[in-house]
Design a binder for this molecule. Structure first.
Ligand code: NAD
Length: 386
């Protein structure tokens, strides 16, 4: 069994270490901050104890898994690893420095992966003498529970690296999708309208947060409404992802962040973790009830759904991923009730085009431009999977 190296023992590094150790690998988990390593070790112990309590594993297995993870204060401990996954701070200059050092530490055949959410893999790979062995392996939080992993080859990545990396991650019981090295990859790009359009509806005063959440869960079948989800993710994190994607797409208006969410962040209302976000999480807090008007709810749901489908269609149009992988990513990565492109086929492509054109004609904003692929499919009477 190959050895796995992980750089950064924060929330992602710790989760990935748990997954790799559970799959049977010896894991070298390195961090330059010893207290982060202690926190990570304590967290893994707690999780293992919980799994034993729930009867998922027995005591012996828990001890074996824990024993496979070595907490390291020197990167050199990863020298025998066949795959090293970097999950350190999201800073391009620091990541490049670390990759440069890492390449000199490991064997020539070792695959060097980054778990970055928003940085370019091509840029990280450019720090290495052999960039063909660098790849993006993007896990979702919490890594132990979320099935989806986006595999992101850079333009420098070799076929062999891509194939080997995919094989290893699949062998850990994960579902892999192949994504182009573009901002937000699949999930963080295609999901933007779920938040962005909900915020726009909120800012226009068409409905409040509770009503929009009700429309998306009760009418749309989504597991969580956008405002509940933004509060859960943390408005600080969600806002930063939106802003990063917006800048990376050269200020395309479709991804424009919202002032309402910016103010929420500036006020420190980060969401659940802060006790307050769009909702109040204090013990005896009374939050507003949704206005359960069916017609209004439908209007909100369809508007957000058309925007999501349009984004997914554009991702397919621009070859970010295959239609099947886009749908898999959204159902397994963010638990959407249906794949967006299969959903488009089900309700009819022409209906999606009409929905987008209606929004565009009302607002006359580039934000509401219909994807050329939706128009083409509608013209030809085709679907994404039909
Ligand atoms: N948190 C998420 O939801 C999420 C999801 C997917 C991907 N990611 C990506 O994973 C990476 C890590 O995110 P996180 O949320 O686990 O961060 P985190 O802040 O919880 O952990 C980062 C860890 O890296 C360590 N570190 C920083 N610089 C280092 C260096 N030079 N050498 C060694 N260790 C160093 C820190 O001490 C810290 O323990 C980021 O690139 C992020 O974009 C995060």
């Amino acid at each position: 069994m190959i050895e796995i190296g992980i750089l950064g023992s924060g929330s992602m590094g710790t989760g990935i270490a748990q997954v790799a150790a559970t799959a049977g690998h010896i894991v070298h988990l390195y961090d330059n901050n010893p207290s982060a390593l202690s926190r990570s070790e304590a967290f893994i112990s707690k999780i293992m104890a919980r799994l034993v309590e729930k009867g998922r594993i027995d005591n012996t297995e828990a001890e074996i898994i824990k024993g496979r993870i070595h907490y390291e204060t020197n990167m050199f401990a990863c020298s025998e690893s066949s795959l090293v996954i970097e999950a350190i701070i999201e800073d391009i200059d620091i990541k490049k420095q670390v990759f440069e050092q890492l390449e000199d530490t490991v064997r020539p055949s070792c695959i060097l992966a980054s778990n970055t959410s928003s940085l370019s893999i091509a840029s990280i790979a450019s720090a290495c003498k052999n960039p063909e062995r660098v790849i993006g392996i993007h896990f979702f939080n919490p890594a132990a529970l979320m099935k989806l992993v986006e595999i992101v080859p850079a333009i420098q990545t070799s076929q062999e690296t891509q194939q080997k990396a995919t094989e290893i991650i699949n062998s850990w019981g994960k579902i892999t999708v192949l994504a182009k090295d573009t901002p937000g990859f699949i999930v963080n790009r295609v999901a933007r309208p779920f938040y962005g359009e909900a915020l726009r509806i909120f800012e226009e005063g068409l409905a409040d947060a509770a009503t929009i959440d009700w429309a998306m869960t009760e009418i749309g079948g989504f597991r969580m409404g956008p405002f509940t989800l933004m509060d859960y993710i943390g408005n600080d994190i969600n806002y930063t992802v939106t802003e990063t994607v917006f800048k990376a797409f050269y200020y395309d208006q479709r991804y424009r962040p919202s002032f309402s969410q910016k103010r929420i962040v500036e006020a420190g209302y980060f969401g659940k973790k802060a006790g307050k976000g769009f909702y109040d999480y204090a013990e005896n807090a009374v939050n507003p009830e949704p206005q359960k008007n069916q017609a209004k709810g439908e209007e909100i749901f369809w508007r957000i759904l058309y925007m999501l489908i349009n984004e997914a269609a554009d991702a397919s149009y621009l070859n970010i991923a295959s239609p099947a992988d886009i749908d898999l990513a959204m159902t397994k990565g963010v638990n959407y009730p249906k794949g967006l492109l299969a959903w488009a086929d089900e309700i009819g492509i022409q209906r999606c085009v009409n929905g987008m054109d209606k929004l565009y004609n009302h607002y006359l904003e580039d934000r509401y431009r219909c994807s050329p692929l939706l128009r083409k499919l509608a013209r030809e009477g085709k679907g994404f999977f039909k």
